[in-house]
Structures are given as C-alpha cells and as structure tokens.
Design a protein around this ligand. Structure first.
Ligand code: HEC
Length: 330
C-alpha cells in the first residue's frame, strides 16, 4: 500500500516538474528558461532540496518495509503461542481464494444463467431428431433484459415523439437545422460584406441592397447631391461625367475617403463597408436618368464597362439623357 502511494506521489511530482520545465521551454522564445532564470544559489538549493526529498522518501520506504517484516515475525510468534500455525492458515486462505470463481466468471454466470455442463443431463429434452437432442436452457438474462429494454424504449419513444409531441420529428428537425443554417449564413455574409474595400467592391443590384442604399443616401447625401442625384453643392450623378471616376470601385473609394478639400466628407468613420457598398451601388443607378434641375456636368466623361450607352432601351428618359450627353459632346 505504502509502496503504491509513494509510486503515485513520485509520478505526480515528476509530471509536475516536467510540466513546469515544458512551460519554461515554451517561454524561451521571449524569456530565459526556468533553469537559466535562477541564480547559482537557487539552482544549488533546488538540487540539494530534490536530493534530500529523494533520500527522505527512500528512507521512509525502507522503514516501512522493515516494520512490515518485523510485524510479520511478531505475528507469527504470537499465533504460535496461541497454538496456531500462521503459515498454514495463510496457505489455506490462498487456496480458498483460488477456488472461488473470479469476477468475470461470476459475471458470465449471471448474464447467461446457463446450467453448468456437468448438469446438462437435467435439462436435456426428451425428443430426438436423427439423434440430435436439445437443451432446454433458460433464456439468457442479458437477452431478456435487452428485450424488455426495447419495449421500454418503444414506449418512451412513442410518447415523446408521437403522443406528447415533445420531440421534434424529422421534418421539424430539418426545418430547425435549415433555419439555423440560414441564420449562420446571414451572419457569415454580414461579416464577409464588411470585408469589402475599394479593391474588391462589386456592384450590387438586388432590391434589398438598393433600398438600403437609398435609405443611407436619403439620410446623408441628399443635402449636397439632390434627391434624384441631380447635384447641388456636390456633383450631378445622373450624367456620364465624373470627377473621380464613375466605376463602382471609384465611387466606393470617393465615398470612403471623401474629398475633404472640396467639401466631400470621408464616410468611412460613419458607414460600414457594406453600407458604403450599398450607397455606392445606389448612386451607380443614377447615371443615365434625367432628373429635374440637373447640375452642369463636372469632371470628365467616363464610359463604363460594357459600352457607351448604359441605359436599357425601355428607359425612355435614360435614352434621352444619353442623347443629351452626346449632343453636349459634339
Ligand atoms: C456637405 C456636402 C456633401 C455631402 C453631405 C456629400 N457629398 Fe459627395 N461630394 C460633395 C462634393 C462637394 C463633391 C465634389 C468633390 C470634388 O470636387 O472633388 C462630392 C463628390 C462625391 C462623389 C464623386 C463624384 C464624382 O464626380 O466623381 C461621390 C461618389 C459622392 N460625393 C458621394 C457621396 C455620398 C454617397 C454621400 C453620402 C453618404 C455624399 N457624397 C455626401 C459634397 C457632399
């Protein structure tokens, strides 16, 4: 017993010490190792301390062993004086112990409840088919247990899912996980959306983005650029002329960094990247429309990718404006 105790303590001590050493090793990158960080005196103290500890443990172990040996001898003498032979008694005990079935044997007997082979005659059935006869063993308890277990399980299962309705059925489970996935997707997209910058920004034309863009535009930009993008203090967005470029990336960049010297604020502190993308996409749509009281074109004509004429032929006003621009060009 004492041996085991010391072994375990030794192991714990060893592991702890090693862990400290490992931690120290990891810290080497930034700091000196555990050992190197100590002064010579501290190192010596540690060595002497550890040695002393080992010596004490060894002494205790030896003491324990010797006490046991002496105690045994004393006990032997005592039993002899009483008229007993201790060694014979111990041998008897060991024999009894060996004769008893082991834990596994007992477990096996309990689980199978089979009649021992020596007594099988008792349960041999009388009929015989071509000389083959059967044993009428009891059903093994492990099997019976499983059988009743399935019944209990079925009752619990049916009441949980079909009677009480407390559990989600497949269909519902599917919907729950789909809803969860949709939420995760939304969160992910929102995160990704805010990663846009002037190098990777794209034009978004879906309704929800444009209406988001419109809200932002109405709240922040109308005062200088006009409700219809016709311009005011700031330039007109409806013509093909741009001071800082009419591409979606250019527009995003102008919004983000602004042109402070000319009175256009840098919006990056107030709008999230996704919001700047939305409002840039919204502004992008103005080109080719024909708003009332347009401000005169400023900057240079900017031909967007995909040709000279942006508007589709169904937009009469837009076609009109392109014509106007062409006329102004000539
Ligand atoms: C205080 C007035 C003011 C507000 C508010 C304002 N702008 Fe401007 N904006 C300007 C001015 C002035 C310019 C022209 C800068 C120049 O001359 O370089 C400009 C230029 C721009 C341009 C570049 C136009 C081009 O021809 O290249 C874009 C795009 C733009 N603004 C978008 C926005 C957006 C989006 C908002 C709202 C979030 C906004 N602005 C709010 C004054 C404003």
């Amino acid at each position: 017993m004492t041996d085991k105790f010391f072994k375990i303590m030794g192991l714990i001590g060893f592991t702890t010490f090693n862990t400290i050493n490992l931690q120290a090793a990891e810290e080497v990158v930034t700091e000196k190792s555990f050992w190197a960080s100590m002064s010579i005196e501290e190192q010596l103290t540690l060595i002497v301390g550890l040695t002393a500890l080992i010596v004490i443990l060894a002494a205790l172990w030896t003491l324990d062993k010797s006490v046991k040996v002496v105690a045994r001898e004393l006990r032997k003498d005592y039993f002899k004086a009483q008229g007993f032979d201790l060694e014979a008694m111990e041998a008897e005990d060991a024999k009894k112990k060996a004769a008893q079935p082991s834990f596994w044997e007992r477990l096996n007997n309990q689980l199978t409840d089979a009649v021992p082979i020596s007594q099988e005659e008792k349960i041999l059935s009388l009929h015989s088919y071509d000389g083959i006869r059967e044993l009428d063993n009891k059903l093994p308890p492990w099997w019976v247990g499983l059988f009743y277990g399935t019944i209990v399980f079925a009752v619990v299962y049916i009441s949980h899912y079909h009677v009480l309705g407390t559990g989600a059925l497949q269909q519902e489970e599917f919907q729950i996980s789909m809803a969860k996935a949709a939420e995760e997707k939304k969160a992910y997209l929102a995160k990704v959306a805010n990663l846009v910058d002037e190098n990777n920004v794209t034009l978004l034309t879906d309704k929800s983005t444009l209406s988001k863009g419109e809200t932002i535009y109405t709240a922040n930009c109308v005062a200088c650029h006009g409700v219809y993008g016709e311009g005011g203090v700031g330039p007109n967005f409806a013509d093909q002329y741009w001071i800082h470029g009419g591409d979606i990336k250019d527009i995003f960049k102008t919004i983000k960094y602004g042109v402070p010297a000319q009175g256009m604020i840098a919006w990056q502190a107030q709008l999230k990247p996704a919001e700047m993308q939305a409002v840039a996409s919204y502004i992008y749509q103005f080109e080719g429309t024909n708003p009332p009281n347009p401000k005169a074109p400023q900057g240079e004509i900017f031909i967007r990718e995909g040709g000279e004429s942006v508007p589709d032929s169904t937009n009469v006003e837009a076609v009109d404006s392109t014509l106007q621009t062409r006329l102004m060009d000539n």
